[in-house]
Design a protein around this ligand. Structure first.
Ligand code: IVH
Length: 664
């Protein structure tokens, strides 16, 4: 008779096996539907018998809740990077150095592995079970991303046939197809595009919500196997074999070489073939095979002497730059770009390249009509590297004074490289403005997410943030995925946001350099939005922490016609323009500065801030010698380290409450 426990263990074994075949071997034996049936069966049994649930069950990949921050954990041994060899000569120089450091005539071999362009990560196993995953961090201390790593299907939750304590190091990558799919989704959601698969992998791994990592189709390729921070095998080639046996994914194209000429040929071959692979590679990593020899060769401060990265040359081509145009992004940033005579670079037709900003154009000294060298580095947007030959009839670039989308003024703030359209209602930046206005800590309109804002703006229902207050139930139920219940809830949330005090409204306007804190100081000093809108720069600078840069930005903002119209509209909506500074000059915490870090047991960040400010104290974002107290909760990170180093007093939530009542 099979017990439930046995049945559950059987299902788990089956699922692990099929996950391995699918995600590691790329050779599934059952269909997705068949897999789902097994998974559902296991889930049902675990639900009925919660006492049998274990963290290494295939059902437990996504379980973690979003966290507040990452915990920093030291690596078992440093995760250093590699020196680069650019071209054949430098690779041969490396080989000569290695030979010179070994004994006369001593035999040695290399293992060459493709250098996958992703982010490195270390995964620790205790008793054969996944225990912890760390990003590289600064090489000495990494960040704990265990919950995120668990969602990557090619990372075994349990090692095959092994109960040891081991560490596998490798690269988290996103293949080209998954990268393109992700960017298409980002675009559809109005979210920022990732520049290349590496950034996308990094951005998908280092997120607080494991659900996001789970949705991104990341893969993990391993290349080191360690025990107690040192190689677990005698040679690198054996390590790669051992990793495969343990159930890890290892790039199949590695090869062992005793002959440097063959090694050089291998590198060149892959440089030619790089586009035939499903994922980005940016070179070949070459390691001395014998660990004993590696130890003798040793390390410099930065990198091992026994390994090197042969870097591929960038993919470049020369073409005509026809003209320089501008594009207005979601933040109002006006970005110049080059219209190119279409040219084939490594199999992709390229007809535009980014020029970043005015300074970059100046640095390149590029004008319309020039012949330019263009580079595609696995990036979505290629870039102009340099001018090859100036054109006969050059057309210099001038940043337009008015936005090509809305006609609003384009301004480049002092000390900033980017020019921006400052009209908050500019269609190009409206979605971003609305999201910012509705965000938590600003107007706090719950439920106003990206998808909804996109619909509201695209349908023309919302042309500026004041329009939010005119939305009706009929308007909302017309939208996709919007039931009557959620529409009513949303309207209620919009309604209650009308009560948000002036500092919130001010920071909600998205005036450059006016965040939460400055908005508070402005409200304290003026007590009236209309007064702020009319104040000249000198008057504005009477507010705490407002200098010339901020006051100029505020003046510019209220000078723009569309923004003044927006203020009129908000007044019509009867949002509270007047404000009575509630901060007491005295109070038990007067004169003290606090920094909050980690998760407090009962108070949210906002609540703790309110508590401190209501008692006359100040809250700052970073620890310095001037900090009076660091309020630390669970999973406090670098701020706690810094406070300890500087000798700043560290207190918990209970002590904070005590201080706020009685004073220090
Ligand atoms: S070995 C000390 N092997 O390239 C040894 N790295 O600068 C360092 N990479 O940070 C790593 N594929 O992110 C190694 N087969 C491979 C690799 C590889 C990609 C990345 C890794 C590392 C960087 C080297």
């Amino acid at each position: 008779m099979t017990t439930v426990a046995q049945k559950i263990e059987d299902l788990r074994e089956k699922l692990r096996h099929h996950e391995y075949l699918y995600h590691v071997m790329d050779a599934p034996e059952i269909t997705d539907a068949e897999y789902d049936v097994l998974m559902r069966e296991l889930k049902a049994l675990e639900k009925a018998h919660p006492e049998l649930l274990t963290p290494d069950s295939p059902t437990q990949r996504v379980g973690g809740k979003p966290r507040e921050g990452f915990v920093r954990v030291p690596h078992s041994s440093p995760m250093l990077s590699l020196d680069n060899a650019l071209g054949e000569q430098e690779l041969r120089d490396f080989d000569r150095r290695v030979r010179g450091l070994l004994k006369d005539g001593e035999a040695y071999a290399y293992v060459a592995e493709l250098k996958m362009d992703g982010v490195s990560m270390a995964v620790h196993y205790r008793n054969g079970k996944l225990a912890q995953a760390l990003t590289r961090g600064d090489g000495t201390i990494g960040e704990d991303v265990t919950e995120n790593a668990r969602t990557i299907r090619s990372i075994p939750l349990q090692l095959k046939g092994h109960r040891a304590n081991l560490e596998a190091r490798g690269e988290v990558v996103l293949n080209q197809k998954a990268f393109e799919k992700l960017n298409a989704e980002q675009e559809a959601n109005g979210a920022r595009l990732f520049a290349n698969p590496r950034n996308a992998a990094a951005g998908s791994l280092r997120v607080l919500d494991p659900g996001i990592t789970a949705s991104r189709q990341l893969e993990y390729f391993t290349y080191f196997l360690l025990a107690d921070g040192a190689p677990a095998q005698k040679t690198q080639s054996e390590a790669l074999e051992a990793l495969k046996k343990l159930g890890f994914k290892v790039n199949p194209h590695s090869q062992r070489f005793e002959d440097i000429d063959r090694l050089v040929a291998f590198c060149k071959q892959w440089e030619e073939k790089r586009d035939s692979l499903p994922f980005e590679i940016d070179g070949v990593v070459i390691k001395v095979d014998s660990v004993e020899q590696q130890n003798r060769l040793g390390w410099t401060a930065k990198a091992p002497r026994w390994a090197i990265a042969y870097k591929f040359a960038a993919r470049q081509a020369e073409t005509l730059l026809e003209s320089i145009e501008v594009n207005v992004g979601r933040t109002g940033a006006v970005t110049p770009w080059a219209r190119l005579k279409p040219v084939n670079i490594g199999g992709v037709m390229v007809s535009r390249a980014t020029l970043h900003n005015e300074d970059e154009i100046g640095r390149l000294d590029v004008e319309g009509g020039d012949r330019v060298l263009v580079e595609r580095a696995g990036d979505v947007i290629p870039k102009v590297v340099r001018v090859v030959r100036q054109g006969e009839h050059r057309i210099p670039f001038r940043m337009p004074r008015h936005c090509p989308v809305c006609g609003g003024e384009i301004v480049r703030a002092e000390g900033e490289a980017v020019s921006r359209c400052i009209n908050t209602n500019c269609p190009a930046r409206l979605k971003e403005s609305v999201l910012h206005f509705a965000a938590r800590g600003v107007m706090d309109i719950d439920g106003m997410g990206e998808a909804l804002v996109s619909q509201l703006v695209d349908s023309g229902l919302v042309k500026n943030v004041a329009d939010l207050y005119r939305l009706t139930l009929d308007d909302l139920v017309e939208l996709e995925r919007m039931g009557k219940k959620s529409a009513e809830k949303l309207l209620a949330n919009i309604e209650s946001s009308r009560k948000q005090p002036l500092p919130r409204i001010l920071s909600g306007l998205g005036i450059p350099f006016v965040g939460e804190r400055t908005a508070q100081f402005l409200a304290d000093a003026f007590g009236d939005l209309d007064k702020i809108a009319q104040a000249d720069e000198e008057e504005l600078q009477r507010a705490e922490e407002v200098g010339p840069k901020v006051s100029q930005s505020i003046r510019r903002f209220f000078h723009e016609k569309h923004n003044r119209e927006l203020i009129d509209r908000l007044r019509e909506e009867r949002l509270p323009f007047k404000y009575e500074a509630k901060r007491k000059a005295g109070g038990p915490l007067a004169g003290m500065t606090f920094v909050i870090t980690g998760t407090l047991p009962d108070l949210s960040r906002d609540e703790a801030t309110n508590l401190i400010e209501n008692a006359g104290g100040k809250v700052s974002g970073s620890v310095s010698k001037k900090t009076s107290y660091l309020v630390a909760g669970a999973e406090a990170g670098s701020k706690l380290d810094k406070a300890t180093t500087l000798g700043v007093k560290v207190i918990d939530e209970a002590a904070l409450r005590g201080l706020a009542e009685k004073g220090g």
